[in-house]
Structure formats: C-alpha cells, structure tokens
Ligand binder design. Structure first.
Ligand code: HEC
Ligand code: HEC
Length: 305
C-alpha cells in the first residue's frame, strides 16, 4: 500500500528523482565538452604550496564509465523496485510483502507445534512447560504493555494472577475475553444516588463491605442508597461477571482504594476497554494464551516449579 494520499506528491517525488539523475548525465556531458585553454606545458596556471601545479588532464576513462554505470544502475533499480513516487516497481517487492511472507513462513513452520497445543485442553496445556514458554512470549509481546510483564496489572488494568475476575476465570470466559475483547461500562451514578452527601455515604457503605477503613455512621446512612448499584454489583455487592461489575467486598480495587476513589467512580462512572485480539492473533495463539492466563491463577500440578 502506498503512503501517498494524492497523486500530486507521487508525481512530484518521481519527477525530482528523475531530474536529479538526468542532471548527473548533463553534468557529465557538459564537462566532457568544455574546452579549457591549456598552456604549452599542459598546466592550468593554478599553483599551491609554492610549486604544486595543477595539470589539465582529462578524467580517467574508468572513472567516467563508473559514473555512467551508477546512473544506469540507478535507472534500472527504479524500474525494478519501488522508488518513483507511488510506482510499485516491476518486481512488485515491498517491505510489507517481505514481512508478510516471513510471518506466513513462521506460522507454517510453527503449525505442527501449535497443532500439538490445540489438541490439548487449556487446563492440560497449562501443565506443559513448552507451551507455557510460548505463552509467556506471546504475553510479553501482546499483553504486557497493559497488564504488566508479571501480569499483575495496575490501576485500570486488572491483575490476571489472582482469583478475582471481572468477566469470569474459566478457560471459556478467558478465551472469550481475549478473542472478542471486553467493554465494561459504569454510568455516572451521582444523580441516581442523590446529594453530594449521599454519594459520600454510599462510598462509605461500599468501603464497609470489604472491611476497609470507613465512617460507620455514614455507611449506615448510605446502605439504602446502594439499591441504585445493586442492579450491576448485586444486592450483596459481590458483583456480576455478566456485566463485568466487580466484586466490591473483596478489598481488590481496580480503580483505586479509598473514599475519594469510590466517590469518583460514582460521580464520573467509567468505560474500560480490553481490545479484541481476534484480528491480531491466530486461534491457536489465543488458545495458548488462554492456557497461560488460566495457569497464572490455577497452578496445575505439573507446572509447579
Ligand atoms: C490496551 C490495553 C490492553 C491490552 C493490550 C490487553 N488488555 Fe486485557 N484488559 C485490558 C483492560 C483495560 C481490561 C479490563 C476490562 C474491564 O474493565 O472490564 C482487560 C481485561 C482482561 C481480562 C479479563 C480479566 C477479568 O478479570 O475478567 C483478561 C483475561 C485479559 N484482559 C487478558 C489479556 C491478554 C491475554 C492480552 C494479550 C493478548 C491482553 N489482555 C491485552 C487492557 C488490555
Ligand atoms: C450499569 C451497571 C453499574 C451500576 C448501576 C453501578 N456500577 Fe459500579 N461498576 C460497574 C462496572 C462495569 C465497573 C467496572 C468498570 C471497569 O471494569 O473498569 C464498576 C466499577 C465500580 C467501582 C470500582 C471498583 C474497583 O475495583 O475499583 C466502584 C467502587 C463502583 N463501581 C461503585 C458503584 C456504586 C457505589 C454504584 C452505585 C451508586 C455503582 N457502582 C453502580 C457497573 C455498574
């Protein structure tokens, strides 16, 4: 695919390139023609360092032919390879094509290995040290930038090594998450809760659910307001994986801990997205990643160090 958005710059670049090469030819032709009036002793009259005199000899033939060969080479190269604006070249070569051919070759070479992996269930695969080494590399290349190289996540990016799941920790659910991505959405809830004081009260009630430090009087006042949250987080606050609503009773905080953090969630809501990987990774790669992620919190006997 060409990076030119319009025809103008393509023609402009091609014309500049060809004019440059033509310029070289003209330079050679003009200088070959120019007669310098030499003196009887064939010197030009230029003298340096007292006695160093410049002779008026023509360029060596071999030098001139080298010059011509570079010009011919340049023109042939531009016919064969992309170089003249958007013109693709007769050989049809491109860095993208070369990359795709390499990936296709690598995928073909790895196919028998992946076939062995996909024949196993994720649970079994998690005990296969070979597969987990591949899984770790896939994770480092595709997931670590968000979930961390130790998969423990950070604010807004869930920890994948614990047993707390937003969307479910079974191999099926993990595979679904990786393949299709997830989009968790909590709307701003302040209006449904009431006054700013009510928001503060319900935040303290939420903190009380996990035994986190809180104002117990406010928590009692806030309890009734939690009905606005129950549709997603459950009446008991234990969450609902069908809508990706986290458990609020486990003292694990995706978006920060404390009264202010909870009030921010209620006031502003949150949209949090895990990008779908189906277009980026093969099904077999996702299968191995599923086993890898599942294995992080379900240490199978065989994989124990
Ligand atoms: C651009 C950042 C980003 C990348 C890259 C990314 N993730 Fe995620 N992932 C997220 C976010 C954000 C969430 C939380 C979504 C939510 O709040 O519901 C998430 C959630 C998940 C979950 C669900 C956790 C749970 O508790 O249910 C799994 C499993 C997961 N990611 C695995 C992966 C794997 C495997 C990869 C690599 C192929 C990956 N992620 C790449 C951002 C990312
Ligand atoms: C429409 C569903 C919905 C409603 C209603 C809702 N939430 Fe949420 N809430 C979510 C989702 C989904 C997330 C997770 C966002 C994410 O994955 O990043 C969340 C996250 C949170 C968090 C962050 C938890 C953490 O681990 O950091 C808190 C706190 C919270 N909600 C409190 C409340 C309170 C209090 C109410 C009621 C006033 C409420 N929510 C109402 C869907 C909802």
């Amino acid at each position: 695919m060409s990076d030119f958005t319009g025809n103008f710059w393509s023609v402009y670049v091609a014309a500049l390139t060809l004019l440059g090469i033509l310029g070289c030819l003209v330079l050679l032709w003009v200088t070959a023609r120019k007669k310098v009036v030499a003196r009887a002793d064939n010197t030009t009259g230029h003298v340096w360092d007292g006695d160093l005199r410049e002779m008026n000899n023509p360029l060596p033939r071999w030098w001139m032919w080298l010059f011509v060969i570079t010009i011919v080479f340049g023109l042939l190269y531009l016919v064969a390879y992309p170089g003249l604006g958007a013109y693709k070249g007769e050989l049809g070569w491109s860095t993208r094509g070369e990359y795709e051919a390499e990936v296709a070759l690598a995928n073909k070479e790895l196919a028998p290995l992946y076939a062995k992996f996909t024949a196993k269930t994720p649970e079994d695969l998690a005990g296969d040290a070979n597969a987990m080494a591949v899984g770790e590399r896939l994770f480092m290349n595709n997931c670590a930038q968000c979930h961390g190289s130790d998969a423990r996540g950070s604010k807004g990016f869930p920890n994948l090594t614990d047993t707390d799941w937003l969307h479910g920790g079974s191999p099926e659910k993990i595979k679904e998450t990786i393949t299709l991505g997830r989009r968790a959405q909590m709307p701003p809830m302040a209006a449904a809760v009431g006054s700013a004081d009510d928001v503060k009260n319900v935040a303290n009630y939420v903190l009380s659910l996990s035994g986190s430090p809180h104002d117990s009087l406010r928590a009692q006042l806030g309890k009734a307001k939690f009905t606005a949250c129950a549709a997603c987080h459950g009446v008991d606050g234990k969450g609902n994986q069908a809508v990706g609503a986290p458990n609020l009773t486990d003292d694990i905080w995706l978006h920060g801990w404390g009264e202010q953090a909870v009030m921010n969630m209620v006031n502003n809501g949150k949209i949090n997205e895990m990008p779908a990987q189906a277009a980026k990774l093969t099904e077999a790669q996702i299968h191995v990643l599923t086993a890898y992620v599942w294995g992080l919190s379900n240490r199978p006997a065989a994989a124990k160090p």
